[in-house]
Design a protein around this ligand. Structure first.
Ligand code: GLU
Length: 462
């Protein structure tokens, strides 16, 4: 069975890079009928891991990604890690090192002065004398001193690390007994049954160390996929300014879950030249083997384009529900269909759509002066008066086309161009020159409100 996991450190929120590897891991597990597990890497106990886990689960929930089983918290597993530390000590695969901080610093300084790589020199590797007093020993694992460690990476191919260049007998438990990062990751991935690790390639340099732990304990090494970073268009690592913010900020900005997931799946992965993927298609097509080898570029326009696509293609019923998060209660609005149809082609985000809806259903507080100047020329007043009279006299006004006919009648009777009624009417109804089709606007706000807005505009324009 394929078991993947997402293993965030509790920074307090889920960011876009993390979400992408989580998505890849999720898709691969689901595609294979496997499991997608969540582990909070909270060995740094100062941070609030509960809150972090909740933030992640909340973001997953918004996006429709659910993890399987209980969440694993590293901070609660010290007893488990202690068992494996003891086992390695008992088997002579790890040892206590009594070097003091001063000694370690001195060694580093000397190595740096000699232009050597700073590394532990193994002085306690075979030690069986009397330990020095007053030192809480750290525990070091016996790493291979020579030879190669090969990471068989599903994205990068075989990545060969020379033991002497990168390894030393690294610490697996500190003086206070607390285990270290690379040690616990290897133990947890094994105990959680993780078969495939998909993570950012900023972790590639940790992998040989984790392999040392796997091998020392006789665990089988999972398959690794190290995913290249997301860059901004200057080719630099994505920063907060570029969009590496809290995933929930994308909700606030008005992006739909589908658009965000679709955007992310294409950052660093492709399936021919397909751009639009439903969740089902993603699951069907995704294979970590096809993750690109080079960094991907974050492109806001593409995200907006996808978002417009999904807004356009979301059924109105569902759209109305999504808009509730932006303070719009439209589900039982009688003109919901006309309203959403008039706007779904125009809005790039749900937030913008909510704004556009409000601009229609709430009467303008004031009329834009420039727009008034431009639109209210010549016989604009008479045109609007005629139109208002026709609206008052009409019995059945429901559809946009009903209003359109009345506008046409005025145009014909007064022998004017359509712009002569369109422009002043638009300013009267919406307070400005832009916005969706007027016939839709009037069908949405209804007969009485149409007349009221026209009259109010005429009263304001002396
Ligand atoms: N906790 C690490 C991070 O948040 C991930 C480690 C891993 O996936 O192995 O970057």
């Amino acid at each position: 069975m394929v078991v993947t996991r997402f293993a965030p450190s509790p920074t307090g929120y889920l960011h876009i890079g993390g979400l992408r590897t989580a998505l890849f891991s999720y898709l691969w597990a689901r595609k294979n009928g496997g499991k997608f597990l969540l582990r909070i890497e909270d060995t740094d106990k100062a941070r609030n891991s509960q809150e972090a886990a909740e933030a992640i689960v909340k973001a997953f929930h918004w996006l429709g990604l659910e993890h399987d089983g209980e969440i694993t918290y590293q901070s609660q597993r010290d007893d488990i890690y202690a068992i494996y530390i003891k086992r390695l000590l008992d088997e002579g695969k790890a040892y206590r090192c009594y070097m003091s901080k001063e000694e370690l610093d001195a060694l580093r300084e000397e190595q740096t002065a000699n232009k050597e790589r700073a590394k532990y020199d193994g002085r306690y590797r075979e030690f069986n004398g009397t330990p020095p007093e007053g030192i809480e020993p750290v525990i070091r694992i016996k790493a291979p001193l020579s030879g190669e460690i090969v990471v068989h990476d599903g994205v990068k191919g075989d990545v060969v690390f020379k033991a002497e260049d990168i390894l030393d007998d690294f610490v697996i438990a500190r003086g206070d007994g607390s285990p270290t990062y690379n040690f616990v990751v290897a133990i947890d991935d094994h105990l959680m049954g993780v078969t495939e690790v998909i993570r950012g390639d900023d972790h590639l340099s940790n992998t040989p160390k984790q392999i040392v732990v796997y091998e020392a304990l006789g665990f089988s090494v999972p398959k690794f996929y190290h995913v290249p970073m997301i860059h901004n268009h200057e080719g630099k690592k994505l920063s907060k300014r570029d969009g590496a913010t809290d995933v929930m900020a994308y909700k606030e900005m008005g992006y739909t879950p589908q658009a965000l997931l679709n955007f992310l799946v294409r950052l660093g992965w492709s399936n021919g030249d397909q751009e639009i993927f439903s969740m089902e298609e993603m699951m069907e097509c995704f294979n970590p083997k096809n993750i690109n080898r080079s960094a991907s570029i974050y492109n806001t326009e593409k995200l907006e384009w996808l978002n417009s696509h999904y807004i356009k293609n979301t059924p109105n019923e569902e759209l109305a529900e999504l808009l509730e998060a932006y303070g719009l209660l439209l589900t039982s609005h009688d003109k919901k269909e006309i309203l959403l149809d008039a706007l779904k082609e125009r809005a790039k985000t749900l937030k913008e759509m909510a704004q556009l809806v409000n601009e229609i259903i709430i009467a303008p507080e004031s009329l834009d002066e420039k727009a008034v100047e431009k639109a209210f020329k010549g016989d604009a007043r008479e045109v609007l008066e005629n139109f208002a009279a026709k609206v008052s006299a009409a019995d059945e006004l429901h559809l946009p086309s009903d209003y359109h006919h009345l506008m046409e009648e005025v145009v014909k009777e007064m022998n004017i161009g359509f712009g002569k009624i369109g422009q002043p009417l638009r300013v009267a109804l919406l307070g400005k020159m832009s916005g969706p089709g007027l016939d839709s606007v009037m069908a949405i706000i209804g007969k009485d409100e149409t007349i009221a807005r026209v009259k109010s505009a005429l009263a304001q324009i002396a």
